[in-house]
Design a protein around this ligand. Structure first.
Ligand code: 5GP
Length: 193
């Protein structure tokens, strides 16, 4: 998606340790017009996929998923929580994920009330690196017996391999920008075409 690649080039900051910061429009300040264009792009890609629910993970996935849902007939958006809370009642699906950015494990939790074997799910998230966060969400869908009908990602770091592994496993993965390389020394970023 050209508009997203241009924003990454202009406002993305390459940090050491393979971290791309896009706080200016995605992870801190949100550009909702850009989110809307991203939702339209996913709706085009997944137009023949009968999804009835979007699943994402807190926190940055939520804004993207809620705007995207407007392009999918306002299907409900469920976001996985990363910590137990007294607000989480009843039975839950739980998986464990290793966080790339925080370098530690955390739980991924979804209430059984909001995901079931009747669901055809589109999973959305902001970043895809090694694929651990997505694997946690896929595990949760598997526990629920829900079908993973597609996966939409804003920014995939292609050189970290998580996306290619998911494609090889047969998932319909639509990443709107795939970073091929990035250099923290000169700040350069290239994209897979
Ligand atoms: P994975 O689980 O695929 O290794 O990493 C994906 C998760 O880690 C995303 O949900 C995102 O929150 C975070 N993440 C991974 N790489 C980056 C990055 O370069 N920049 C930012 N902002 N988040 C990242």
């Amino acid at each position: 998606m050209q508009e997203l690649e241009e924003r990454i080039q202009k406002e993305g900051i390459v940090k050491p340790g393979n971290v791309l910061k896009v706080d200016a429009f995605l992870n801190h300040q949100c550009d909702c017009a850009l989110f809307d264009a991203m939702g339209a792009a996913w709706a085009q890609h997944f137009k023949n996929t009968q999804i009835n629910k979007i699943l994402t993970i807190e926190s940055s996935g939520i804004g993207i998923a809620c705007v995207a849902a407007r392009h999918f007939g306002n299907v409900p958006v469920v976001f996985a929580k990363k910590a137990q809370s007294i607000n989480l009642d009843g039975d839950q699906y739980v998986s464990t994920v290793f966080s790339f950015t925080k370098q530690r494990e955390f739980p991924v939790i979804v209430s059984r009330k909001y995901l079931s074997a009747d669901d055809r799910v589109l999973i959305l998230d902001d970043f895809l690196a090694n694929g651990k966060a997505l694997q946690g969400l896929i595990d949760i869908c598997d526990h629920a017996g829900a079908a993973v009908a597609g996966i939409g990602i804003a920014i995939e770091k292609g050189f970290q391999g998580g996306g290619d592994a998911l494609r090889e496993a047969g998932y319909d993965l639509d990443s709107l920008a795939i970073v091929e390389s990035m250099d923290p020394n000169d700040g350069s970023i290239t994209f897979r075409q």
